[in-house]
Every structure is written in structure tokens, then in C-alpha cells.
Design a protein around this ligand. Structure first.
Ligand SMILES: [Zn+2]
Length: 243
């Protein structure tokens, strides 16, 4: 893993600058893939798509930075990338960011999905992942039900839908959906991800995709594992693949 020059972000609320890491090179060694689609790559650290300003504590999106500024020298003028800052947010900060965006503006479909994914992973990290399983406060359980349902509405991936239904404890629905997936030929509806999320008419750009036999085999394995967990009445995410 080789860090690159620092990326300089500008807070859209107050103009304060924030340095974050870039990578010249990295790799996916020692990766772990979870059933909730969280992927952990120790040798490929990624800057959080949602950032919080140090100064005004406002939240902003990486994808909405007006310019892409890189600096070869650090704050003291030395010629190296000095920042290892990823700007990762914990579950409570993400909830705060979500509420801020919900109250103040419409996110694009793509950004909304990104935020929902981050919330799902952070919720699972806090309450259900691995040996972590602790009591979940009622408020957070209700919030999880809301974000999982929003994701079910936004995703076109039946396997991920099945996984979300399982994590919600809707085991029978999950089992029915996963048992009825058509593998050889999957209809993929790709919509314009940059449209505001409340757009009801989704423009279908491309429909129709064939899976290779490797992809199909892989997908069948994952579905089998999710089904096993659903049949056992287990809601927790589990490791799908470890490198
Ligand atoms: Zn700020």
C-alpha cells in the first residue's frame, strides 16, 4: 500500500479545508466480504464518501466537491503525502448526517444508496456483526427497519433484497424470494443514479444481462448460505468470503 498526495477538501458550509488520504497503489489481500455487502480491505483504505467538517461540524459529500485539489507537499512543505485521514464516521455521526440531508435537501438516488449502505454497515458493526450481538435499543431497531426498507425499495438486486429481508427477520419472505431467483438470465434494470431520489419515473437505460458460469456459481453459493441462515432464524450478518 502506497499513499499518494493529500486530497484537499473544502467544507461547503464554512469553507474550512480538510486533508484526506489518497492511494497510489493498494490491493485486496486479506479481504473479508460480509453478507450485508460490507467489504473490508486492510490494504485498500477508503476515504468516507460522507465527511464531517472539523470546524463547523457540518456534513458534506465527497462526490459533490467542486474541484479535485491534490497537494504533493504536506502542511509544513515537505514533499510527501502526510495525511492518513479517512474521515470515517461512526453510527451516531452517520445518523446525524442522514437526518441533516433528509431535512435540508434531496440526495440523488446514488448518494442516497451510498448513505443507506453506510448506515446499514454501521448499525451492524454496532449491534449485530460477529460476536458483537448486544441488545438493540428500540429507537435504533425502528431506524434499522426504516433504512432496510428504503434499501429494499431502491435495490434491483434480488439477492441483496433477500438478505435485507432476512436481517429484518422476515424469514419466510426472504426464503421465498431467494428460492425463486432466475440465475441463467437476470433482468437488470439500470436507472439514472444521478436523478433526485423522489423521481417516480425511472428511466431504464439498459435491461438484460447474462451471468457467466463462474458468476452464477458464486451467486448460488451466496444464496445457499443466506437461505441456511434464514432457515435457522438467524438475522445477523455473516462472512461470505475471506481472502
Ligand atoms: Zn465547515
Amino acid at each position: 500500500m502506497l499513499p499518494g498526495p493529500d486530497r484537499i477538501l473544502t467544507c461547503p458550509h464554512c469553507g474550512t479545508e480538510k486533508r484526506v488520504m489518497t492511494l497510489m497503489s493498494g490491493n485486496t489481500l486479506r479481504s473479508t466480504l460480509w453478507s450485508d455487502q460490507k467489504a473490508v480491505y486492510p490494504m485498500l483504505p477508503m476515504v468516507s464518501p460522507v465527511q464531517q467538517c472539523y470546524h463547523c461540524k457540518g456534513y458534506f459529500l465527497l462526490s459533490e466537491q467542486k474541484e479535485d485539489r491534490l497537494e504533493e507537499t504536506n502542511e509544513w512543505g515537505f514533499p510527501c503525502g502526510s495525511s492518513f485521514e479517512l474521515g470515517e464516521l461512526d453510527y451516531n455521526q452517520l445518523k446525524e448526517a442522514w437526518n441533516y440531508f433528509e431535512e435540508n435537501r434531496k440526495l440523488t438516488r446514488d448518494n442516497r444508496k451510498t448513505m443507506l449502505h453506510m448506515l446499514l454497515w454501521a448499525f451492524n458493526d454496532t449491534y449485530t456483526r460477529g460476536e458483537n450481538a448486544v441488545g438493540i435499543p428500540e429507537d435504533d431497531q425502528a431506524f434499522f427497519a426504516y433504512i432496510a426498507q428504503e434499501m429494499i425499495n431502491l435495490t434491483n438486486d434480488p439477492v441483496f433484497k433477500g438478505e435485507l429481508l432476512r436481517e429484518l427477520g422476515h424469514f419466510e419472505q426472504a426464503i421465498e424470494l431467494l428460492n425463486n431467483i432466475t440465475y441463467a438470465h437476470t433482468d437488470v434494470i439500470i436507472v439514472d443514479e444521478d436523478l433526485p431520489c423522489d423521481q417516480t419515473t425511472e428511466e431504464v437505460i439498459y435491461v438484460d444481462e447474462d451471468l457467466s458460469s463462474d458468476q452464477e456459481q458464486n451467486l448460488r453459493e451466496i444464496v445457499k448460505k443466506i437461505l441456511q441462515h434464514a432457515e435457522n432464524g438467524d438475522k445477523r450478518p455473516f462472512i461470505v468470503n475471506k481472502d
